[in-house]
Design a protein around this ligand. Structure first.
Ligand SMILES: [Zn+2]
Length: 121
């Protein structure tokens, strides 16, 4: 149990670290895109930052925004004690999956279904 807890703590640290880093990148990116008409102060709200990023014409900014959203969702799940559980079926996501991407929101099966649904679009 101790080992699992330590591995989970390491995952949470990775999420928090990546979130802080990517959020800042996204902020800088958006400020640059708006050519200084927006000050970083206006992005105090992460949700707003993500929304703006998702509507950017720059694909790199949109990707960043998606990643920040995913990391934010993982931290949110952590706060409500749902971290590591699949967002669709609530099964435990294996640690080795989370170690590949600590912000992974779905178990393998649900991920496949999800991808399949997206491809039908
Ligand atoms: Zn699932």
């Amino acid at each position: 149990m101790k080992i699992i807890a330590a591995r989970q703590d390491a995952l949470v640290e990775r999420i928090e670290g990546e979130f802080a880093h990517k959020r800042q990148q996204l902020e800088h990116q958006l400020v640059r895109e708006c050519e200084g008409t927006l000050s970083p102060k206006q992005f105090a709200d992460t949700e707003e930052l993500i929304l703006l990023g998702q509507h950017s014409l720059n694909s790199h900014t949109r990707e960043l925004a998606l990643r920040v959203e995913r990391l934010d969702a993982a931290m949110c799940a952590r706060r409500i004690g749902m971290y590591g559980l699949c967002a669709d079926c609530e099964e435990t996501i294996p640690l080795y999956d989370l170690e590949i991407d600590p912000a992974e929101p779905r178990c393998f099966e649900c991920r496949c279904k999800h991808l399949h649904n997206e491809m039908q679009w």
